[in-house]
Design a binder for this molecule. Structure first.
Ligand code: FAD
Length: 286
């Protein structure tokens, strides 16, 4: 196995494009190394992106925030401006693993590992995050929901590497929240999860919303009907009931030892409802 630690993202993309055999990007390694040690993958090339300066920082721009692909999840919570603007995204990232895992794992690794239960992904999608991708032929930026196409599968082409996650500047009176259900208190994979982001207009009326559900389908589900159910409301009980019903309808969960279809479907509605209330509160609604 060849290990490379390039100093620029272009060099990383070039190495991946030219690779023959199995090539992997290494960020925090908390998924990749587990799979490697378990014999599930046999990489011919591993490209470590942690020495690339453009992947190492969180920057605030006029358009919002840029989170480099090698920034460990713990650093998101330590960035006061980011935590204030996008508390839901930050709480989702900070739920990943333990303190040890937090100091290594990245939200881009969480995304590109393509697990349907990845914690940061529903929150990023609800927030309208985009992925900045670099390939040997150039750059492109796409919505986060277009990266994962199935369990363990992404839309990234050979030679492409995600350089950063771009979060927009939140509109006035915007709040987001993320909740997951796990049978233990921590260090477990979401059985169901929900991310909600909403913005308020005059008199506390929801004027825009996004709802994303995790672990209830092969990829994160963007529940547009659930978002529509709360737009134009002040999140009254009837609106919350409609939101929950729309989430239940959008679910396509599997039945396994961690949760039945019925349980996951029911909990998706409950979590979306609770996350919407937190987001509403954070947006300044009463
Ligand atoms: C003990 C433990 C507990 C965990 N708990 C949780 C949890 O609670 N919630 C949760 O969601 N996950 C959990 N995980 C899984 C894992 O920690 C996360 O998915 C983490 O965010 C992965 O990030 P990473 O930087 O370590 O990714 P890596 O392992 O470095 O990479 C993961 C995958 O993404 C690819 N990749 C990484 N970066 C890029 C890039 N920039 N461009 C293109 N492809 C890239 C890699 O090639 C690899 O296929 C846990 C793992 C462990 C070991």
């Amino acid at each position: 196995m060849r290990y490379e630690a390039p100093k620029t993202i272009k060099e990383a993309a070039g190495l991946l494009a030219k690779a023959s055999g199995n090539a992997f990007v290494l960020a925090g390694g908390t998924d990749l190394l587990v799979r490697l040690k378990g014999g599930l993958i046999e990489p011919d090339l591993v490209v470590d992106i942690k020495r690339i300066p453009s992947t190492q920082t969180i920057t605030r721009t006029a358009a919002g925030f840029r989170i480099g692909a090698a920034v460990p999840a713990v650093a998101l919570g330590e960035n006061a401006a980011l935590a204030k603007a996008w508390p839901g995204v930050v709480e989702a990232a900070n739920l990943i693993g333990s303190d040890q895992v937090q100091s290594r794992c990245t939200i881009v690794g969480n995304l590109c590992n393509a697990s349907p239960a990845a914690d940061s992904v529903p929150a990023m999608i609800a927030a309208g995050a985009k992925a900045a991708i670099v390939g040997s032929k150039g750059r492109r930026t796409i919505p986060v929901e277009q990266i994962v196409v199935g369990p363990g599968k992404t839309s990234l082409k050979k030679g492409e590497v995600v350089e950063a996650i771009l979060l927009p500047k939140p509109a006035a009176k915007t709040g987001d929240a993320y909740l997951r259900f796990i049978p233990r208190t921590e260090m477990d994979i979401a059985v169901v999860s929900a991310g909600v982001c909403l913005s308020l207009g005059p008199k506390g009326v929801v004027k825009a919303a996004r709802v994303a559900l995790g672990a209830v389908g092969p990829t994160v589900i963007v529940a547009d009907a659930a978002a529509d159910a709360i737009v134009g409301t002040r999140l009254e009980d009837a609106a919350l009931a409609d939101l929950a019903a729309a989430c239940e309808k959008a679910c396509k969960p599997i039945d396994d030892k961690r949760g039945t279809i019925e349980f996951r479907t029911d909990v998706a509605g409950v979590l979306a409802r609770r996350a919407a209330k937190i987001a509403y509160d954070r947006a300044g609604g009463k």
